[in-house]
Design a protein around this ligand. Structure first.
Ligand code: HEC
Length: 136
């Protein structure tokens, strides 16, 4: 049960004047081989289709989702791959990202499969996808 509560967050279309609300639904199944598909399914609701931090669920969050195209630019032109991997997995030793609004994907992916190789493949391919969309 807890696993499902940690699942993907989705925008719940609310009445016109209501603040958008977030509804949690079980994660849809994607191919662990496709960073693009996983990003669209799991990240774009908050970070936006183009990763600029402007997804449909963003207004419902207390903290703005990061613009994921500027990670290299903000890191002297070098993509911080290990940091990104750890943030996606949900490393509790990174207190700066412990806002709790960013889901702990390591647990979500573990709820989809107990195959460690597949979980690492998801985290690796998501990290590679984020690297591929860095602003030049
Ligand atoms: C429910 C909304 C939500 C979803 C879904 C979400 N994120 Fe985030 N993410 C956030 C928020 C909010 C922050 C910034 C707040 C913080 O620092 O904790 C963030 C921060 C990040 C950061 C850190 C950026 C930095 O400036 O260091 C990375 C990397 C990231 N997200 C990647 C992802 C990826 C990849 C996915 C999909 C697997 C994803 N996020 C899904 C809300 C979300």
């Amino acid at each position: 049960m807890l696993r499902f509560l940690l699942s993907i967050l989705f925008l719940f279309p609310a009445a016109a004047q209501d603040k958008p609300r977030i509804k949690q639904v079980p994660p849809s199944l994607t191919s662990p081989a496709s960073g693009t598909d996983m990003f669209k399914a799991y990240c774009s609701p908050c970070h936006g289709m183009f990763a600029k931090g402007d997804g449909p669920a963003a207004p419902a969050l207390k903290k703005a989702p990061a613009d994921l195209t500027r990670l290299s630019a903000r890191n002297n032109g070098r993509f911080p791959a290990l940091k990104v991997y750890n943030i996606i997995e949900g490393d509790p030793s990174i207190p700066a990202h412990g806002s709790k609004e960013m889901p702990v994907w390591g647990e979500v992916f573990r709820s989809m499969s107990h195959n460690e190789g597949e979980i690492k493949m998801r985290l690796n391919n998501l990290t590679k996808y984020v690297e591929s969309i860095q602003a030049k």
